[in-house]
Write a protein of this length. Structure first.
Length: 212
């Protein structure tokens, strides 16, 4: 059991695991070559149990400056092109990523989940847990200038395109849809030794669905 799991256990209600009420927020680690970036969907700086400090992407007006794909289960075999819109990139990082493609392509984005106690602010050593990872395909760059009172502020937002671990699955080992192959993938990617969903997912992949 991790510290994250222990914290979640504290929120189990009288109805058991179906009655869990916890505040959980996603955190995103962008592993750019030489310029690692830590962002979380909240306000202020978040200190987590792994010793990292994450910059909040929500401003005082409640606006979230990070765009990120929704949650999905990579075991279904899909590998849609995902887009992450990143705020708060400083100029040196922006220029390095723009000028050197190797700092981006093939690098990993890791999503963690952080759990908070009701009514608390940001605390040191917030428990986090691994949730998913994605592989960066490329970037788009755009420089903006905005007014903050009487001050001109230059911003360097970038958009990162990425795919999950199913990218190139047809060329990969155990790339075909079979119950055995899917169970191996579930164990390798998620640590689940006996995923019952692996028995019917291959069958669904070979079916044709029509709308009534």
């Amino acid at each position: 059991m991790t510290a994250f799991d222990d914290a979640i256990d504290e929120y189990v209600g009288r109805e058991g695991v179906s009655d869990i009420r916890a505040i959980v927020r996603p955190c995103y680690f962008f592993d750019f070559e030489g310029y690692p970036t830590y962002l979380w969907r909240g306000q202020g700086r978040l200190h987590t149990s792994d010793g990292n400090v994450w910059l909040g992407t929500i401003d005082a007006a409640g606006r979230d400056h990070l765009t990120a794909p929704g949650f999905n289960d990579g075991r279904d075999g899909t590998s849609a092109l995902l887009q992450f819109g990143m705020p708060y990139i400083d100029q040196p990082t922006y220029l390095a990523l723009r000028n050197e493609r190797d700092r981006v392509h093939g690098r990993k984005i890791t999503r963690y989940m952080a759990v908070f106690q009701p009514g608390e602010g940001l605390r040191p050593d917030t428990p986090i847990d691994y949730d998913a990872h994605f592989y960066m395909q490329g970037t788009q760059f755009k420089e903006n200038v905005s007014l903050a009172g009487l001050t001109m502020v230059r911003q360097f937002p970038i958009t990162v395109t990425a795919k999950n671990g199913n990218a190139g699955r047809s060329q990969a080992r155990r790339g075909t849809y079979t119950p055995t192959g899917q169970r191996e993938r579930a164990l390798e990617m998620y640590g689940i030794a006996n995923d019952k969903g692996c028995d019917f997912i291959p069958e669904l992949a070979n079916k044709t669905f029509t709308r009534p």
